[in-house]
Write a protein that binds this ligand. Structure first.
Ligand code: IYR
Length: 222
């Protein structure tokens, strides 16, 4: 067992209360502008910005600091086409057979269907994988903890960072998405968590006319 080692906390910045409130309100104002889009421009994005957003995602709090995630950045048109083909095959099954009516009813306001042209149009896809366990150099397994929580938080940071940088995202979850391991060459200890579509919205993009819950509908103070 290794001994803990400590260093001074040097990155923390305290803001006076009024500045704290101003920053919190400004951050909310920025985040409430974020909308999931399903029509993307084919304009390339600065990969350097995406890379820094991935660095931000990699700072997420996580189980035992084992950082149980892996991100695959896809820009190759051939790979994107392969992902689209496989995703649309699963999605056709979902929409035509697998999805219960209640699920289809819940999705109706979003206007989604089995066609996923954005998987080829958008300049960047990020395959996000959750490492259900780690593998040491000698092939033995390392137990991972709170994997879904960890990868979920990292994904939230990534979506937020990309929005902050001025990029649009779509959290796409073809189900099942085991095909991502094959196409993106990831090992069997990694479970596909989400496919993040990244780019600029297509000119004239429209989004569903839906609302968010009011604060008192999702927060309780005691
Ligand atoms: N994976 C399908 C269906 C879908 C499911 C949920 I829950 C959504 O919020 C949106 C879509 C698709 O991507 O179309």
């Amino acid at each position: 067992m290794s001994e803990p080692r400590f260093v001074p906390l040097d990155g923390y910045v305290e803001h006076p209360a009024d500045e704290m409130c101003r920053r919190a309100a400004a951050f909310h104002a920025e985040l409430r502008r974020r909308r999931t889009v399903r029509t993307f421009s084919d304009r390339p994005v600065p990969l350097k910005a995406v890379v820094d957003c991935l660095r931000a995602a990699g700072t997420a709090p996580n189980g035992a600091n084992l950082q149980p995630w892996h991100f695959v950045v896809v820009t190759d048109p051939g790979v994107k086409a392969e992902v689209r083909r496989a995703a649309e095959a699963e999605e056709r099954e979902f929409y035509e057979r697998r999805a219960p009516d209640e699920w289809l009813d819940a999705l109706a306001p979003l206007g989604t269907d089995a066609d996923k042209p954005f998987l080829e149009t958008a300049p960047v896809l990020i395959g996000i994988f959750a490492q259900t366990y780690g593998v040491r150099a000698d092939g033995s397994r390392v137990k991972h903890y709170y994997v879904s929580e960890s990868v979920g938080i990292a994904t939230g940071v990534l979506v937020t960072a990309l929005h902050h940088a001025g990029l649009a995202t779509l959290t796409h979850t073809p189900s099942p998405m085991g095909f991502l391991n094959r196409i993106l060459g990831r090992p069997e200890n990694e479970r596909p968590f989400l496919l993040l579509v990244v780019g600029y919205p297509a000119p004239g993009t429209v989004v569903p006319d839906i609302t968010r819950k009011a604060l008192d509908e999702f927060v309780t103070f005691r």
